[in-house]
Write a protein that binds this ligand. Sequence first.
Ligand SMILES: C[S@@+](CC[C@H](N)C(=O)[O-])C[C@H]1O[C@@H](n2cnc3c(N)ncnc32)[C@H](O)[C@@H]1O
Length: 303
Amino acid sequence: MNYVHTSIMPEELLSHLVPQSPDPIMVDATCGEGGHTHLFLSAYPDLTVVGVDRDREIQKKARVRMEAFGNRFKPVSMWFDAFFKEAEDDSFDLILFDLGISMFHFDESHRGFSLRKGEPLDMRLDSEDPISAFDVVNRYDEKKLADVIYAYGEERYSRRIARAIVQQRKTKTIATTDDLAGIVYKNVPPAYRYQKIHPATRTFQAIRIEVNRELDRIEPALTEAIRTLKVGGRLAVITFHSLEDRPVKWLFRNLAQEERPVLKILTKKPLVPSEEEVARNSASRSSKLRIVEKIREEERHGT
Ligand SMILES: C[S@@+](CC[C@H](N)C(=O)[O-])C[C@H]1O[C@@H](n2cnc3c(N)ncnc32)[C@H](O)[C@@H]1O
């Protein structure tokens, strides 16, 4: 099978996330095709990895890739916030979040994540979710659309783009990525069309985040994940843009600065990929890695 995603900062993760107890359990909260999971299962022969991913298609690939590890790999098809909410306290030794989507989604999913492939507008990680990119683009009112594009794409021409989308759909449904990319392209100032990235990149990111409620899930998932981590266990988060990184940074800081802190931050400054990694894998260039260790049980009501 062909695996299209290159895992980020593998050496940094392996050197900081070292299992300490017998029969350790790691949760790979964003397993994807399983690049990081494979790395950890290969490095630590006693380790079991619970591989969480909401996308059933990509999880099929991970299952095949991990066949040789037998029941040391336990795939789970859930949103990571729901998974940690249901998990027991003090269950896991290591937890990894590698936020966002995989190269699989751009290259192979045919769900309209890439703006260059002329695919139907879908962008759902969970194909049973009621709202797809088609619904956002064709049904949201202009203000809501502009707010999404501004908040989740940090797109300065959000209002213009939302207005153009609403105008266009009065005459014709916006059904494909080409339709949407074309509307954005035609309605931004000419100078904005000739940057390094396509002028619709931010709009596509925003719609994808809205469809999958990506940002809403981060803080609840991390809060519950810390509860499920054993004392002495470590949790690592890889982010790709400041919208993802900010809630991670603040939550860690708050929990590390309490009077009786629950966490110790192991990366005062986030780790970033080496120049060599960026040269090898340009998709890694904006990534940041933050790692914490749980140093004490949280106080619980009623205990
Ligand atoms: C960046 S990729 C992970 C790549 C993986 N670490 C590797 O090395 O192959 C992120 C994965 O997380 C999944 N994902 C994103 N948000 C999720 C969420 N809230 N719950 C569950 N899975 C999620 C996506 O479907 C995607 O497969």
